[in-house]
Structures are given as structure tokens and as C-alpha cells.
Ligand binder design. Structure first.
Ligand code: 9MR
Length: 669
């Protein structure tokens, strides 16, 4: 396997864990889907990129992740019982296999793309509520308090006069929320989430009003949750859910028909000669799909329906000169063609030479010191208008790629027996084309889980967890060098996060997940990945004892992923250095997995941001056990914190001071 890390682990069979559910202990065998990576068309990948791609040097470790963890042999290891021959949820099969993309719907012509079989996924609805739930009354509030807080002498805030509510679609529901506290003080409050079209507004008298006109698609029972916050202790909270039953009116014409809108298309920067792709869609609160029209497409553009979703229109063109290309998009109501919404899409086209940067590329500099510099790949970047530029720059600058969202369980396996592999397959193809190490993220997390898992009996969750780890590893183990096996197991206030996994198995789920990962991908570098642990926080107080206890158990843990979502005012560099050293002293490797540095206010500058990037890189480079530094994206165009411009290229793919700071530091001894 070309990407095999230089990692040899002694895995000592010892005690069979008694904690396994009986269902898992009987049988052997697991699914093997490792053959499937989609067919690849060798002609497409030979195009020369319009940005010159520097040849990888001899010292560029590319997809060899370099010096591997050299932990001492594990003191002991409990073998898991084999996975059952009959899977707990249906195994992926040929019907799930992606196929070649042979239509003009992508921005990529450098490597081969696959797409999932054409089907519409309707995730199994968990928590579907019925009239019995509604009639059972308002659920008890969920009280939470910081560790050690005495809830016996301090009453929790609560809401006065709360009840489940009912409304007809097309009518406006108003619910008044008045939080009280028997100890005095005026509690604050916030909605955990709001349905589309709803508002939650302040009445400036200690109350707030939830207002919502549900429409056709809202008929049924839904919930809203409002959290009251103690006036003295902001983490002493009471989350109150109410159920809302939305009934269909006899006369459907009483429901107002709202005009559709064009879904937001952001502005893009592209190069002359790039294939530019837009996936255009409108939406309508009345639960119909508007048709999408482009009255003035750019010259030579093709406009075709999406291969799965009729409501999506794909526009593709190749600009042949610098300038600004504009076109209009009109969304037309499915029931009343006179109702429309429209918007104008503007694309800046620049000569390819504008993106050629001075000095050596970051990956070349990293390679010269046997280091890995990575980025997290936007899921489906090749369907973005600027996907060609994104892909070329990412290939040029980084020798490691992580999967921002395309390997998350909720995406890969949204319903039992349905698998969407194409986006992850395409990241692997991208990595192979550019000779990059792949970091698989995440195997087990408490977020982005498929809804069906929440309906699964608790005593089968261990089996499902192991099965998913195995499926990811079977498919990608040969190509993924590093795995975030368990992501974010620690609560913000310290202690274990009360996740689906923790609630089902207690802290043992962490050990079991790692053991399964080691069994399914013996060569993988296995990490525990967590945020807010690089400096001293309530989470670090849990982290280090947890790492110690895992090591004592013989859990096959190779290193720690320090996420590092920080801001440009960050200055706790000494603590970062000390915490890295603490992990290193335990024989663990260090990966900076998700670095981004937000500019949070007008006082902080791109120079401050650059300084933070450079200092973190410097700490990592001076720490022999720090193996890689990975950015969470690379362009502000696609960041989960886009409004705070946290990355090293701006939204127009121009390098920021932070880019040059990394370049400078990587070039130093
Ligand atoms: O950047 C990711 C964002 O696009 C997703 O919406 C979000 C939820 O899946 O996850 C973000 O990435 C997170 C990562 O998976 C785990 N560490 C924190 C990252 C930022 O939230």
C-alpha cells in the first residue's frame, strides 16, 4: 500500500473484554468493500494544470507520512470479539458504488471524479412525535449545571405558564416565554434552534415571544427548545421543550403562497480557462420547488439539470478573458408563475499568472524538513464554481489532506443500508493525484450522526460503532494514513461529554473504538482529536488523566489531535508548548489538526493573525513529536468561520500575511 505509514505496533492478545454485547461475541467475518474506489478515467488526469505544479522534490514526503509514532509496545491489549457475520445494519453493496462522472458538471479536469448512484436520500426520521406525545404534555425541563455546582441550595430558572401549543398551517402562532427564578434575579434565555421563518423577539420586560407561521411542510408535530440561564451562574441552565402541533386547514387556499427565493450564490474568483460550475437552486417556504431560469447565461455556457435533483440547474462555462462575468438567476413559483425571486451572480476572472506566488511552495518547504502541512478539503469542492482554482492551489501548497465533512457518519450512511462514498472517494483520488497523505476525520463523534442511530436500542450501539469504524477502515484503510478515531469526547466544562456513545457505554467506548480501529486498520496512526486542550482549560484537566488511563489499559492510541480553533488575539503559547510537551512525554505524537485563527474584532489585524500562525507552527516545529500541522481549510472562501476570515488565503485565493509567515518559518532552521 503506497500510503502505509511506517508504523509497526505490537498488538498483544490478552483478555477478551467482558464488556462486549453478547450479539457480537458469537460470529466472525466483516464486510469487505475494499475493492471499490470507483472507476477512473486515465485520460482526464493528464491535463496540465494552469497553475504550474512544482514537482515534488526527493525530500517531499508526499503521501508517506514520514516518521511514524514510535510508542513503546502496548503493555496489554484486550482483543475485541469478532464483528458478527450478520451485520447489525445492512452492509454497503454494489448499489452503493459510485460511478464515473461523465457530464459537464464539475470544475475539475485534473483527476477523476465519481458520483453516488442517482437517488434521493430521505433520512429515517428519528424522534417522530405523535398525538400521544403531544397529549402527554410539556416535557420536563433539562437542567444542567457546572461540575461541583450545588443545585440543592440554588434553584434552577424555569419558564412560567408553559404548555404545548397547536396552530393551523398559514396562521401565526405566538408563544410568550417568561423565565423566573425562585432565588430572585432575572434569568436570560435563548432558543436552541428555530424553525424556518420563526422569530424570537425581546419584549424588553423580561419576556420574549416566539412567532411562527408554519406552512404546508410543517404539518405534524414539531418541537422548539428554549434555554433559561441563571442570572448569576451562566452555565446553570434549564432547557425547556414544548411541542407544537401544526394542523392542515380544510381550505388549503388559506395558506399564503410566498414568492420563492434564489438560494444564495456567493461571488467567486476564477482563472481564465477554468471550467466554472454553478449549481443553482431556488427554495420556497410553501414546500414546492421553483423552477430555475438563467435568462442571460455567459457566452458558451451549458445549462443542464442536475443528475439527481430536478430542482437544481447546473450552469457551466469556461471564461476566456479576464474581467467580470455576470448572469441573472430567476426562481419561478411552482404554483403561481407570476411569483418570482431573482438574484445576480458575479464572477471575477483573472489571468492564471495572478495566482503564481513568490518563493517556494509550503509543501516543498515542509517536505524539505520531513514535515506534513495539511488542509481540510471542503466536501464536494469540485462542484463549486471556483473548484479548479481551489483544487490546484490546495494540491500545490499541501502534502496532507483531511476530510472536513465527507467522512462523517451522518453523510456516509444516512439511512441503514444506504452509503454515499463518492465525496470521500474523490478526496482520496485528489490526494493520490497530488501525492498527499490522507487524514481521515472523524470515525466516532457525537455530532453529524445519522438520525437512525438515535432510534437504535442502546445495547446495540457498541456494535454499530464498531461496524462503522470497520466499514470506513475497510474501504479507506489502504489510503488513509491517520485517523481521528474518537473526536471531541470531553465536555466543555471538563469530564466526559454526555454523547450518544458515552451514554451507551460510559468511557469504555473510547477504548473500544480505538481497538476496533487498530483491528480494522493495523497500520493506521490513531488519534484522539479534541478542541480547547492545547492550553489550560477545564478540558485539559480531563484530557491528561484520560490519556494516562487509556495507555494503562493498552488502548492502541498513537497521538493527540489538538484542534486549535483560535483567534488572532491568542497568546497562550507557553501553555501550548507545555501541553504539547506533556503529551510528548507520554510517548504520544502530536498533530495540530484543525488550525484556524479568527479575526474577531476591528482591533485585530491580519498581521496579528499571521503572528499566531507563525508561533503555533514554530512550537510544532520545535517539538520533535509534532508530526503535522493542518489548517481547517485554506481559503476564507470556504471556512466554517467565514465571517472571521481565519485562513491563510483570502476569499479571492490571494495569500494573506499568514501565508507568508508560514512560508518564512518553514524555510528557517
Ligand atoms: O467545518 C465543519 C463544518 O463545515 C460542519 O458544518 C461542522 C459540523 O459537521 O463541522 C465542522 O468541522 C468540525 C470538525 O468536524 C470537528 N472539530 C470542529 C470543527 C468545526 O466545527
Amino acid at each position: 500500500m503506497p500510503t502505509a505509514p511506517v508504523l509497526v505496533k505490537t498488538f498483544v492478545p490478552a483478555i477478551i473484554s467482558l464488556m462486549m454485547v453478547a450479539a457480537l461475541s458469537a460470529c466472525s467475518g466483516s464486510d469487505d468493500n475494499s475493492s471499490a474506489q470507483g472507476n477512473q478515467n486515465p485520460d482526464i488526469g493528464t491535463d496540465s494544470p494552469s497553475v504550474p505544479v512544482e514537482p515534488t522534490t526527493d525530500s517531499d514526503p508526499g503521501n508517506d507520512p514520514g516518521s511514524a509514532p514510535n510508542n513503546p509496545s502496548l503493555p496489554s491489549a484486550n482483543l475485541l470479539p469478532p464483528l458478527p457475520a450478520t451485520p447489525l445494519s445492512p452492509a454497503p453493496g454494489p448499489d452503493d458504488e459510485p460511478t464515473d462522472v461523465n457530464r459537464p458538471v464539475t470544475a475539475i479536469n485534473r483527476f477523476f471524479l465519481v458520483e453516488d448512484p442517482p437517488r434521493r436520500i430521505e433520512p429515517v426520521s428519528a424522534f417522530a412525535l405523535n398525538d400521544d406525545d403531544f397529549n402527554a404534555g410539556t416535557p420536563e425541563p433539562v437542567i444542567s449545571a457546572p461540575n461541583g455546582f450545588d443545585t440543592t441550595t440554588n434553584a434552577a430558572p424555569y419558564f412560567d405558564g408553559i404548555s404545548n401549543r397547536e396552530v393551523f398551517a398559514g396562521q401565526t402562532l405566538e408563544v410568550l416565554f417568561r423565565p423566573l427564578d425562585d432565588d430572585g434575579g432575572l434569568p436570560g434565555m435563548f432558543p436552541n434552534s428555530l424553525p424556518e421563518g420563526a422569530s424570537f423577539s425581546d419584549n424588553f420586560n423580561g419576556t420574549k415571544t416566539f412567532r411562527w407561521m408554519p406552512l404546508q411542510g410543517d404539518v405534524g408535530i414539531t418541537t422548539i427548545t428554549i434555554t433559561a440561564v441563571d442570572s448569576e451562574e451562566p452555565f446553570y441552565r434549564s432547557a425547556q421543550t414544548i411541542l407544537i402541533r401544526v394542523n392542515e386547514p380544510e381550505d388549503l387556499s388559506t395558506i399564503p403562497n410566498f414568492p420563492p427565493v434564489v438560494n444564495n450564490v456567493r461571488n467567486h474568483t476564477v482563472r481564465v480557462g477554468d471550467p466554472v460550475v454553478f449549481e443553482l437552486k431556488g427554495s420556497d417556504r410553501n414546500s414546492t420547488y421553483p423552477t430555475v431560469e438563467v435568462p442571460n447565461p455567459p457566452p458558451g455556457a451549458t445549462v443542464v439539470p442536475h443528475y439527481i435533483f430536478d430542482e437544481v440547474t447546473v450552469l457551466r462555462f469556461t471564461p476566456d478573458e479576464p474581467g467580470v462575468v455576470e448572469f441573472d438567476v430567476v426562481a419561478r413559483d411552482a404554483d403561481d408563475p407570476s411569483l418570482t425571486g431573482s438574484s445576480t451572480v458575479s464572477t471575477t476572472v483573472e489571468a492564471a499568472a495572478e495566482f503564481v506566488l513568490p518563493g517556494k511552495r509550503l509543501r516543498a518547504l515542509a517536505g524539505e524538513r520531513d514535515f506534513h502541512l495539511g488542509f481540510a478539503a471542503l466536501q464536494g469542492f469540485y462542484h463549486q464554481a471556483d473548484g479548479a482554482l481551489y483544487s490546484d492551489l490546495a494540491g500545490l501548497e499541501f502534502n496532507l489532506v483531511s476530510t472536513e465533512n465527507s467522512m462523517k457518519w451522518g453523510y456516509i450512511n444516512p439511512e441503514p443500508g444506504t452509503f454515499r462514498w463518492a465525496d470521500a472517494d474523490n478526496v482520496i483520488a485528489f490526494a493520490k493525484h497530488y501525492n498527499q497523505v490522507v487524514h481521515g476525520h472523524p470515525m466516532i463523534w457525537h455530532r453529524q450522526l445519522p438520525l437512525w442511530l438515535y432510534e437504535t436500542p442502546t445495547n446495540t450501539l457498541q456494535g454499530h460503532m464498531r461496524e462503522f469504524i470497520d466499514r470506513l477502515a475497510q474501504r479507506y484503510g489502504d489510503d488513509v494514513a491517520i485517523w481521528d478515531v474518537v473526536n471531541e469526547p470531553i465536555a466543555d466544562e471538563g469530564g466526559f461529554r454526555p454523547s450518544l456513545w458515552f451514554n451507551a457505554m460510559g468511557e469504555d467506548y473510547i477504548d473500544i473504538a480505538f481497538r476496533q480501529a487498530r483491528e480494522s486498520d493495523p497500520d493506521g496512526i490513531l488519534l484522539l482529536n479534541e478542541y480547547d486542550i492545547a492550553w489550560d482549560t477545564p478540558k485539559t484537566a480531563t484530557l491528561f488523566p484520560l490519556l494516562e488511563s487509556l495507555q494503562q489499559k493498552g488502548t492502541p492510541l498513537d497521538g493527540v489531535g489538538f484542534q486549535l480553533h483560535i483567534d488572532a488575539k491568542f497568546d497562550l503559547f507557553d501553555e501550548v508548548e507545555a501541553n504539547f510537551q506533556r503529551a510528548a512525554d507520554m510517548g504520544l505524537d502530536i498533530y495540530v489538526t484543525e488550525l484556524d485563527v479568527a479575526i474577531t474584532d476591528a482591533d485585530t489585524t491580519e498581521a496579528d493573525q499571521a503572528n499566531v500562525y507563525e508561533r503555533i507552527l514554530d512550537i510544532c516545529l520545535r517539538q520533535p513529536r509534532c508530526k503535522a500541522l493542518q489548517l481547517w481549510g485554506f481559503t476564507d472562501q470556504y471556512s466554517w468561520r467565514r465571517g472571521q476570515s481565519p485562513l491563510v488565503f483570502d476569499a479571492a485565493y490571494k495569500p494573506k500575511p499568514a501565508y507568508f509567515a508560514l512560508q518564512r518559518r518553514l524555510g528557517e532552521d
